[in-house]
Design a protein around this ligand. Sequence first.
Ligand SMILES: Cc1cc2nc3c(=O)[nH]c(=O)nc-3n(C[C@H](O)[C@H](O)[C@H](O)COP(=O)(O)O)c2cc1C
Length: 154
Amino acid sequence: MTKKIRIIYISLSGNTKYFVENLSNYIETTKGLVVESLNVKDLKGETFSVDEPFVSILPTYLNGGNGIDNGEKEVLTTRLGDFIASNHNFKFCYGIVGSGNRNFNKQFCLSAEQYTKRFHFPLLDVFELRGTQSDIKRIANAIINRQEEFLKSF
Ligand SMILES: Cc1cc2nc3c(=O)[nH]c(=O)nc-3n(C[C@H](O)[C@H](O)[C@H](O)COP(=O)(O)O)c2cc1C
């Protein structure tokens, strides 16, 4: 049976969706794995049990501030957290990749870091905006290696 990579993510303005499409294409063509992805934005708030290992990708949207003494509140992407929390789905999530914009300084990828504390899975990597080809190669390898490790302990 061909091994699968499942990616559960949220993309509001399309950058993460673009990255996931390129990442999926790279993994399928160079690694011989099948990729299934789900943009939680398309779910209209419903949740269901995943029951299979997956990686998550989360862009950062915070409500202002500087990420040091204020500005830590996640907005707009909370539906991904709700989906991961529902039906014990977090037990199947073996890691998260954060995305954002480095112009936000201390707030760069802060939401993904917050999810690691909330759900106790590791931050695998981060990238900016739509990512680069080198982000895709590096993150593809990080995901595949982490999934292998997770499956051994599963
Ligand atoms: C209102 C708003 C707030 C944002 N806040 C942050 C932030 O706090 N930290 C960060 O790294 N990026 C921040 N960003 C940048 C987004 O995370 C980045 O544009 C990301 O690629 C958006 O992903 P999407 O197009 O898949 O929704 C913000 C963008 C917007 C529009």
